[in-house]
Design a protein around this ligand. Structure first.
Ligand code: PEP
Length: 258
């Protein structure tokens, strides 16, 4: 089996101004340094709002921080008459490594379909960014016991058109909608079940080698107190963390989950 480097990504959503963002990045860096965090062993990523990215870039470049960062979304287009949209080219120039696509809040509030998500993932690759492609079922689907089929379908649609080479580096985040921001975390068994199904689907659409290399994250009310149990799942390679990533000490504790 490939050694997959665990990835802990903090999605700040629409929170913090650029001063608060700079403070959080600095505090996270100090806290991780104090804990002698090995960034090669567990990759740490922050995902601020677009308007904080320049501040984060200045700190990361200026102080040579080992943290990586990314954006919460991007346009499926590269440039042109798309008022209000942000091109992957802009994000690449701001030093982003990752970009989240298809977060359930984008799917729900902006009507993003799997097709749009796939177009955004392709746009990310055109600009050298790694997409973190989010999938996850709502409560009704879970209660109907159709969550695995639903998520597998989303994976197929949201990764459609990517080459095998691209699929080998994609990050997939399984985020059950009923667990996001609710305090209701999936059980470790629930998280493992769906992450394993995602990996099996990757083996079908690409190859077993690609499936083995891809990092599959869990997201939904992850905290320092529940992360170790979730990370124990053989197919869970990290976490996409919302609320808890706004507190430097809590997010640092999540990053050193062992
Ligand atoms: C998220 O925003 O992707 C998320 C998982 O949020 P929370 O950790 O707050 O549930």
């Amino acid at each position: 089996m490939t050694d997959r480097t665990p990835l802990m990504a903090g999605n700040w959503k629409m929170n913090l101004d650029h001063m608060q963002a700079a403070h959080l990045v600095q505090k996270l860096d100090w806290t991780l340094r104090d804990a002698k965090h090995d960034h090669a062993a567990v990759e740490v990523v922050v995902v601020p709002p677009y308007t904080d990215l320049r501040s984060v870039q200045t700190l990361v470049d200026g102080d040579k921080l080992a943290l990586r960062y990314g954006a919460q979304d991007l346009s499926q287009h590269d440039s042109g008459a798309y008022t209000g949209e942000i091109s992957g080219a802009f994000l690449a120039r701001l030093g982003c490594t990752y970009v989240v696509v298809g977060h359930s809040e984008r799917r729900e509030h902006h009507g993003e379909s799997d097709e749009v998500v796939a177009a955004k993932a392709a746009a990310a690759y055109r600009h050298g960014l790694t997409p973190v492609v989010c999938v996850g079922e709502g409560l009704e689907v879970r209660q109907a016991g159709e969550h695995v089929a639903h998520v597998v379908e989303q994976v197929r649609g949201s990764l459609a058109g990517l080459s095998e080479e691209q699929l080998a580096t994609v990050v997939v985040a399984y985020e059950p909608v009923w667990a996001i921001g609710t305090g209701e975390v999936a059980t470790p068994e629930d998280a493992q079940e769906v992450c394993a199904a995602i990996r099996e689907e990757l083996a079908q659409i690409a190859s077993p080698e690609v499936a083995d290399a891809v990092r599959v994250l869990y997201g939904g009310s992850v905290k320092s107190g529940n992360v170790a149990a979730i990370m124990a799942g053989a197919d869970v390679d990290g976490a996409l963390v919302g609320g808890a990533s706004l507190d430097a000490e809590e997010f640092a504790a999540i990053c050193r989950y062992q």
